[in-house]
Design a protein. Structure first.
Lengths: 180, 180
């Protein structure tokens, strides 16, 4: 079964982007680069929500053909409003995200990454298809923004797999989910 | 100038208590005990909001005289509704919390701890009187509860002073606030 990881970076006060979706506050370093490299080497598939997809598309330079911002990784975007099917290198999915990801996990392949804000992650947490959470906690209280973890119907117990204090003051944490 | 620390424990999804104020999910261990012992040895003063005070009072056994739940530490409770003055070992304060804590910092004494949920902390963060944040992040997504960090008017940059992964899966982090 392929592993599904909810991964990214957040502020200490649980935001993953500013209210205007900006991520200018994220700190970069060689250590972060190494962690990201190791992370992406394990993945060959990304799932994201429509809002995260919109933000990624906005970052595509104007006049350029819109393309999958994550290169050649298989990318699925869940949306209730976009037309389902293949578009510009991504696949738009209107099916139930929990059931769809459960099916993806059974296919052959490397690991699956859940990107972006908490809307999709909340759905996938509640469907019980996420296996790990890996985040780089930035040394900042943003004060406002797009929350990473949303309210959920139930508590999820975690097991700490890794914790690394980086030189730039970030704290990288990796947890596995204790499934009942 | 006395140092002011916002300290406690939280879930990975930024809650410090369940919706019903329960903290039954907090993990205890000898390591946590050592950190708490060192922490409280540096403090001689607590400030808290009225809601945190109510929760602490609820934990006092029925039939017993209500007393300051924090023993002989000087304790201030900020409230707009309770009558100001000394009650049962605590001092009820109706003054502006930011200005009051700024004055407290100038008095002689050990360090000051800001306890409880984020309502008072938000006010004190915005007033610029908090110096450090020390939290024991528990390996759990509670899914719902009382948020630790509330929305604030501005971003606050932090410096990581300490990060310790505990054997029970908690991550203890200590930050200082970068004041402009």
């Amino acid at each position: 079964m392929r592993k599904v990881t909810f991964g990214g970076a957040n502020s200490l006060d649980n935001y993953f982007a500013r209210d205007d979706d900006a991520v200018d506050w994220l700190m970069w370093s060689d250590e972060v680069g190494e962690i990201m490299k190791d992370f992406w080497a394990r993945m060959d598939c990304i799932v994201m929500g429509r809002k995260t997809y919109d933000v990624a598309m906005k970052m595509t330079p104007k006049g350029k053909k819109i393309k999958n911002p994550y290169g050649d990784l298989e990318t699925y975007v869940f949306s209730r409003t976009l037309e389902p099917g293949a578009h510009d290198g991504v696949k738009i999915i209107s099916d139930d995200p929990g059931k769809f990801v459960a099916k993806l996990k059974k296919r052959k392949g490397k690991e699956i990454c859940v990107l972006g804000g908490g809307d999709l992650a909340k759905t996938l947490f509640e469907a019980g298809v996420i296996d790990e959470i890996g985040f780089n906690i930035q040394p900042v209280l943003l004060g406002s923004g797009v929350p990473l973890f949303h309210r959920m119907k139930r508590q999820i117990d975690l097991e700490l797999l890794e914790c690394r204090a980086l030189k730039n003051g970030c704290v990288y944490v990796l947890y596995s989910l204790k499934h009942e």
